[in-house]
Design a protein around this ligand. Structure first.
Ligand code: GAL
Length: 388
């Protein structure tokens, strides 16, 4: 796999789907209380048939935005939609998909909680001739996944690490070498091991950081460099906070400075920030380290605007939702959706044809250009740290 340091900037708005994310979370407010829920089908007469949309959780605002955008796009295209959130509970997601099949869904769009846990549902779908589209997260170990819509996940990791290097001054924002030579102390975190994406993000990030670790510009004082040592189960904010607290206790209690933290996801970043604030970081003599993220969640965008978090990765959920709708429409018209990658995503049984989108690094100085000018958020929402 090649290391592409900078993805093409793809800010164009190709869609008029409404983004209906709700509820921001502050740096310390993470909860895991969503219990799954039926947001109902459209209830309107539709000629296009029923499509089941299974999302992992409502804890993170991105999945609410994804679910709403997919539902709106499908309804606009004339389909009826059964949208379900599974409360990050694997049996709940399995049951919800079983019910979608029983209700007569003609296609399934699934963002899996555990990419390996849906084999029997997928077999039932295949037996009923229902095409399955994996949404953002690859469904693994099954023949019965027809298509995958996602982002260039390896490159997301490259972008996360690149932004960390930019924050430290090792690189300039344009990718050229910066003037800072360190040595800098950093710590790394990774997502949930049962999510295929977590491995791609971490691989992309570590491949980017490795030359600087080898040359001594970067050091990882905790010694935790393997994904198994730094994974955050279910991407939870509380787990990220605990992991960061453990690292601070083990490697920084003697006054060792911490300069940078690779965080895989904005919710995790907020947990990490809480751990750091509780340990006194964010003051003049103990500045907040450079902290990365992912998803451009509104609460974290505000933290970036306020100079607390350094960067995030913007993955335009409107474009992903649009690709899922395009793929579903293709299947229901008896066609194959168009893939732009047929090599990268081997799910253990087969290479799943994929449509990959590009992502962008968000820094304080391009929030407006990337997120406001594209209509993803309003300037008021960024200022408030929550969607209206
Ligand atoms: C991943 C996804 C990320 C982030 C994370 C936690 O699968 O690609 O964008 O949302 O889950 O929800």
């Amino acid at each position: 796999m090649s290391t592409r340091k900078f993805a093409a900037v793809a800010v164009g708005m190709t869609l008029a789907l409404s983004l209906a994310a709700c509820g921001g979370e502050g740096a310390g407010s993470g909860t895991d209380t969503d219990t799954g829920g039926d947001t109902g089908s459209s209830g309107e007469e539709s000629e296009g048939g029923l499509i089941g949309v299974s999302m992992p959780t409502q804890t993170s605002e991105r999945w609410i935005a994804d679910g709403d955008a997919v539902k709106a796009g499908l309804e606009e295209a004339g389909y009826e939609v059964d949208l379900q959130f599974a409360g990050d509970d694997i049996p709940t997601q399995s049951q919800q998909i079983d019910q979608m099949i029983t209700k007569g869904a003609e296609a399934l769009i699934i963002a899996a909680i555990d990419g390996t846990a849906l084999a029997s549902q997928l077999q039932a779908a295949a037996d009923a001739g229902i095409p399955v589209i994996a949404y953002d997260r690859l469904i693994r170990d099954s023949e019965n996944v027809n298509f995958y819509v996602t982002f260039d996940n390896f490159n997301v990791g490259v972008q996360q690490a690149t932004s960390l290097l930019v924050g430290l001054g090792v690189l300039n924002a344009d990718g050229s070498e910066g003037t800072a030579t360190g040595p800098f102390n950093i710590e790394v975190h990774a997502g949930s091991l049962d999510d295929n994406n977590a491995h791609f993000f971490f691989a992309g990030a570590m491949e980017t950081l490795q030359p600087y670790i080898d040359s001594g510009v970067l050091t990882i004082p905790s010694g935790k460099t393997e994904i198994e040592q730094v994974a955050i189960l279910r991407w939870q904010q509380e787990v990220a906070q605990k992991n960061m607290e453990d690292v601070l206790t083990a490697a920084y209690n003697d006054g060792t400075p911490l300069h940078g933290v690779l965080s895989p996801f904005d919710g995790a970043s907020r947990g990490i920030i809480t751990a750091l604030q509780n340990a006194g970081y964010g003051s003049a003599d103990k500045p907040m380290p450079v902290i990365t993220g992912q998803d451009a969640e509104i609460a974290s965008v505000k933290l970036i605007a306020d100079g607390v978090q350094f960067s995030t990765i913007f993955k335009d959920t409107r474009k992903l939702a649009d690709q899922a709708v395009v793929a579903a429409e293709a299947y229901l018209s008896g066609e194959e959706p168009e893939a732009n990658d047929t090599e990268t995503y081997d799910n253990g049984v087969k290479v799943v044809p994929s449509y990959l989108l590009e992502s962008d690094i968000v820094y304080a100085d391009n929030i407006e250009a990337l997120l406001v000018d594209s209509g993803y958020y309003t300037a008021e929402e960024v200022a408030a740290g929550q969607t209206s």
